[in-house]
Ligand binder design. Structure first.
Ligand SMILES: [Zn+2]
Length: 382
């Protein structure tokens, strides 16, 4: 039975521990804390002698699921989710009530059979044997119904998750502040897990050469699919590795400094082998030097106005993933004109910072920085 329960969230556990399943073989995965933590499935190896399913590093997966969870808490989606939550708990209690009625019914039938057996004349052996058989089968039915009820009760989320309704209510009122509460060091892992489980039923992981595919199954049955880029051992193993190498050398030969190449390649969706979501300066340097291209002398036109932030600097300043910014730009939720190099520069003003924060917290759905870029008209190349 142990593998069937979701378990009670504990501090220090990985976020998905207890609700994470292997997409390859369908069995429950467990958390291994060695080396930063990973989700592991040994089922096929243990029971069939087949190679173990590939382990999945927890850090990136946990962060992406947390991000999807906080995104799902946007006011518009919350309503749908809390309705789904309510519907699910109604189904749960209906099933439970059924199971309880079944126990009562079978107990009554067994008591009746017992009375009939007790009343029969002991000398009438044939009738007594038949009634004894009926009594026994009634008792077996009682046991079956009791087992069904116990199973039904076990499926009800245990511990903090049982606070379902109360928690959902809290979640609704906290929706706007949740990203901050989530990030707050004072919030315990167990709290984060309880919050997550209020809306997430389970996560199914599938490791591919470059990424972890995550299916988030929300309470109520809705499904969200995430493709999380993972570290690989070499650039050659990346699907776009050769393309990135070519582009990198093209920019380096054109005289672009490494840090700018980093920004351009990252904004084009490239990544280093050992970084899931960006190109690292060491990658650029290593490939450039291997081709014998030396660093260009520092040129003024690459130094941007101190009143501007690069995408990375903005992400660091607001404490948000840089990739989130790029995704919003790509999806045209964040409108900003790129520099001729392809990189983005954000005016370092409270209007812009608040705007990005509001976009992040779903207070607004779109942010147009093209006007403020022009108004600030600080950045001139040449
Ligand atoms: Zn597996």
């Amino acid at each position: 039975m142990r593998t069937k329960t979701r378990g009670i969230p504990r501090d220090g556990d990985l976020l998905l521990h207890g609700i994470v399943w292997c997409g390859r073989c369908g069995h429950k995965m467990y958390a291994r804390y060695k080396g930063g933590g990973e989700y592991v499935c040994n089922h096929l190896n243990k029971h069939s002698g087949l190679p173990a399913c590939p382990p999945v590093r927890a850090r990136a997966v946990d962060a992406a699921v947390a991000d999807a969870f906080l995104t799902a808490l946007a006011p518009a989606e919350l309503d749908a989710l809390s309705r789904a939550c309510r519907a699910q708990s109604q189904v749960d209690s209906a099933l439970r009530a059924n199971a309880e009625r079944e126990v009562e019914r079978t107990r009554y039938a067994a008591a009746l059979a017992q009375r009939q057996y007790n009343r029969v004349d002991p000398d009438n052996r044939l009738v007594a044997a038949e009634l004894e058989r009926r009594w026994e089968s009634a008792l077996m039915e009682v046991r079956a119904a009791e087992t069904a009820l116990a199973e039904q009760s076990a499926q009800q989320p245990a511990g903090p998750v049982a606070m379902g309704k109360a928690f959902t209510g809290k979640v609704v009122t906290l929706a706007g502040r949740l990203p901050q509460i989530w990030a707050d060091p004072a919030t315990s892992d167990a709290h984060r897990k309880s919050l997550l489980r209020c809306l997430v039923d389970k996560a199914v992981l599938n490791r591919t050469p470059e990424s972890a595919l995550v299916l988030i199954v929300w309470r109520g049955g809705a499904v969200t699919e995430l493709d999380i880029k993972m570290r690989v051992t070499a650039i050659a193993k990346l699907a776009r590795g050769a393309e990135m190498r070519e582009r990198l050398l093209e920019l380096a030969r054109a005289g672009m400094p490494d840090d700018e190449i980093v920004r351009v390649l990252t904004s084009e969706g490239h990544r280093s082998a050992n970084s899931p979501d960006k190109v690292l300066a060491v990658t650029v340097q290593r490939i450039r030097l291997a081709e014998g291209i030396s660093t260009p002398p520092a040129r003024r036109r690459w130094n941007h106005d101190p009143g501007f932030l690069s995408t990375t600097a903005l992400a660091a300043k607001l404490g948000i993933p840089v990739n989130w910014l790029y995704v919003r730009i790509r999806k045209k939720r964040l409108l900003i004109d790129p520099q001729p190099t392809g990189a983005y520069l954000f005016p370092d003003t409270s209007v812009v910072l608040d705007g990005v924060r509001n976009l992040r917290n779903h207070i607004i759905s779109e942010l147009d920085l093209r006007i403020s870029q022009r108004e600030n008209r600080g950045y001139q190349h040449g």
